[in-house]
Write a protein that binds this ligand. Sequence first.
Ligand SMILES: Cc1cc2nc3c(=O)[nH]c(=O)nc-3n(C[C@H](O)[C@H](O)[C@H](O)COP(=O)(O)OP(=O)(O)OC[C@H]3O[C@@H](n4cnc5c(N)ncnc54)[C@H](O)[C@@H]3O)c2cc1C
Length: 350
Amino acid sequence: MKDYLIVGCGLAGIAFAEKAIQHQKTITVFENYSQNSSTVAAGLYNPVILKRFSEVWNAQEQLAILQQFYHQIQFKLETQFDFPLPIFRKIYSIQEQNDWFLATDKPSLAPFLSAEINHVKFNEIDSPMGYGEVLQSGYVDTALLLQQYQNYLSILNVFSKETFNYEEVVIHPDFISYQNEQYKHVVFAEGFGIHANPFFSCLPVDGTKGELLTIKAPDLKLEAIVKSSIFIIPIGNDLYKVGATYNWQDKTPSTTQEGKKELIDSLKNLINCDFEIVNHSAGVRPTVKDRRPLVGTHPNYPRLHVLNGLGTRGVMLAPSMAKSLYDTIENEIPLSLEIDIQRLKKINWH
Ligand SMILES: Cc1cc2nc3c(=O)[nH]c(=O)nc-3n(C[C@H](O)[C@H](O)[C@H](O)COP(=O)(O)OP(=O)(O)OC[C@H]3O[C@@H](n4cnc5c(N)ncnc54)[C@H](O)[C@@H]3O)c2cc1C
């Protein structure tokens, strides 16, 4: 009997698979490439909400787990995925300068914010009021991570490029069987694909579509992430990721002309130089109205678990949420009620 069957190999599935492997558990991972949120993600991790200058929920703890997690995988796969870079938030007014200073006085935010307004001059970007500099931020090359981690699972012979068929799940008191194999537990990590899952489709994953551009801009010469209404992330060779849009109505993963236009308009407002669009991608983020992840165990089937609702922050959340789920399954450490699916009282479980 294997320990875990994991459905989905995005950021959530990878984080749980890695946790299980580190503890010498046996796994099989299913991936059918039906969702692509983790592949197209800009990969930014940022402990500060830059609209309001407030702290991201549990940022300190998540960052500590994030660093350990990505560095262990980098070491194991001998590839760099994590690129620490400061974020320069463009400041638009005296009021925003004051808000920045007020934020730096808060003990929870002080480790993440420069004490002064930075008046650095970037090529091709005007910002007469300067920038607030965010520390302990950066980006993870999620597409590369997924590709390399899935290769690694294939080499271990535990990766199946197949659609997981929910109808073939047979629940026994002491194990789950699926296609002639037996497993102690199943972890569902299908992102927005959760809606096809008869056990967990009742969970409120709304989905927020996002679009992203990759541009080539040889004159820009940025070496930090710049954030205004959009962000620009330098990824090397004069290439930059530019994003992202938020669309709460359209739940399809296809790119749109409106999304592209919105990003181009914002970019032209921010930078003065020419650029060429080299890629345009889209995906549906697994967002939840209360903005907290959905982690836990099915109330009627104690061997079925869910790791979802990573929303707009999968890079930061996946490692710590996978750890919490693993600790509750293996070590009976209770989940915090903020992330536990038990917090949702009005669910009709089947
Ligand atoms: C444009 C855009 C930009 C973003 N930028 C950032 C960012 O800068 N920073 C950040 O932290 N987050 C960002 N995000 C959000 C981030 O992508 C998500 O939080 C994260 O990817 C969710 O990961 P997941 O593994 O839960 O879901 P997914 O990435 O959707 O993974 C689920 C996987 O399950 C597979 N699957 C589903 N059903 C089945 C089945 N039946 N059988 C087999 N496989 C199945 C899917 O194919 C998919 O690969 C962005 C998202 C978008 C769309």
